[in-house]
Design a protein around this ligand. Structure first.
Ligand code: UDP
Length: 369
């Protein structure tokens, strides 16, 4: 039986690989799940939701680590993993340092590499950093590329990847979303109170490193202005544990009766919060991909996005961190049904919920050749 090693660390990697792990098992292969140890508590909740019990845990995270130190720890700990067992393939996802180093370990041991969510590019080496570098490097070591869209396939072709090694699949985040929305769900009392009282809910997430400091303060001040100007609007903001984010949030947004700050939400809580909200403001990649399936408009709190398909379909609008622009675009959505409908009427360009099935089939075919 083919053993397939999945290397994952962060919240989005778990969400986006979970459907692939299930699909690989359905195709008669044996998934072996390795967790690098990032996002520890958040990760455990995700594993519970997706009923994944990691086979290998590396525990690489340290306080105040640098990219150098965490990279060398990951690589050092991956060596015995690849030495102990011969895997038919290793699967990495997206743009994290562990995805790149997983691909590098596959290359060093001549284990074929599959890259899920391949081909996203901002074409700015330092934004997002280090993600743009990580995904390019992972891509250059990959044997089977699984871009979510036609556009990401074109990015790979431009870089000289052979067309027969590329399979457009859609994004597995949609598979996870559809799967998880069917699970039984009961919101906490606190969330229930918000959902019951909120006439118009705005869901916010903001955690990108590029925005720390003044750009993030501009975003938070704009949010404050919005609730001050619209008495029927409430904000739900699961705050990333990063101290930079928490400090700014506390300074500007704390103690407002219609601004609900909370710790990062579990996956089920979060997808249901998206469903309950009218508008989403976020700098998260995954949220930009999920929201169109729920017919929710996303104001993207970034200056560039590697997800132009959503801009083109109308589901996303780049508002960056300019306070006036954020306020103005939010105002349009709150006041104009036509503006709202323009952002929510088209199908999701990121997939149909069958990406993982396509990926598992391609892996099986690749291994049988
Ligand atoms: N998410 C979650 N709880 C939260 C915020 C986000 O479960 O409080 C989920 C969300 O549904 C999406 C993913 O986490 O699938 C996005 O992760 P993140 O924003 O950390 O990373 P990015 O997508 O920017 O790489």
């Amino acid at each position: 039986m083919h053993k397939i090693l999945f290397i994952l660390g962060t919240r989005p990697e778990i969400i986006k690989l979970a459907p692939v792990i299930m699909a690989v098992e359905n195709e008669g292969m044996k998934p072996v799940v390795l967790h690098t140890g990032q996002h520890r508590e958040i990760a455990e909740e995700m594993f519970r939701v997706f009923k994944i019990n990691p086979d290998i845990r590396l525990d690489v995270m340290r306080e105040n680590q640098t990219l150098f130190s965490v990279s060398s720890r990951i690589l050092e700990k991956l060596e015995p993993v690849f030495a102990d067992c011969r895997y038919s393939m290793t699967v990495v996802q997206g743009d994290t340092t562990s995805a790149f180093l997983g691909a590098l370990s596959g290359y060093y041991t001549k284990t074929p590499v599959a890259h899920v969510e391949a081909g996203l590019r901002s074409n700015d080496k330092f934004s997002p950093f280090p993600e743009e570098g990580n995904r390019r490097l992972a891509g250059s070591l990959t044997d089977l590329h699984f871009p979510p869209t036609e556009l990401s396939r074109k990015n790979l072709l431009k870089e000289g990847i052979q067309p027969n090694n590329i399979h457009v699949t859609g994004n597995t985040v949609i598979d996870a979303l559809f799967w998880a929305l069917k699970l039984p769900y009961q919101p906490s009392e606190k969330l229930k109170t918000i959902y019951d009282s909120a006439k118009r809910l705005i869901l916010v997430t903001s955690h990108r490193r590029e925005s720390f400091g003044e750009p993030q303060r501009r975003v938070f001040r704009a949010l404050y202005e919005i609730v001050q100007n619209y008495s029927e609007v409430e904000i739900l903001f699961p705050v990333h544990p990063n101290p930079n984010v928490r400090r700014e949030v506390a300074d500007i947004l704390e103690n407002h009766p219609r601004i609900h700050l909370c710790a990062p939400l579990g996956y089920l809580d979060f997808i249901h919060a998206m469903e309950k909200s009218e508008i989403i403001m976020s700098d998260s990649g995954g949220v930009q991909e999920e929201a169109p399936s729920l017919k929710k408009p996303v104001l993207v709190l970034r200056d560039v996005t590697e997800r132009p398909e959503g801009l083109e379909s109308g589901a996303l609008k780049l508002v960056g961190t300019d306070g006036e622009k954020i306020f103005a675009e939010c105002e349009k959505l709150l006041e104009s049904p036509a503006e709202y409908s323009a952002m929510t009427r088209n199908p999701n360009p990121y997939g149909d919920g069958r990406a993982a099935f396509r990926i598992a089939k391609s892996i099986k075919l690749f291994l049988s050749e």
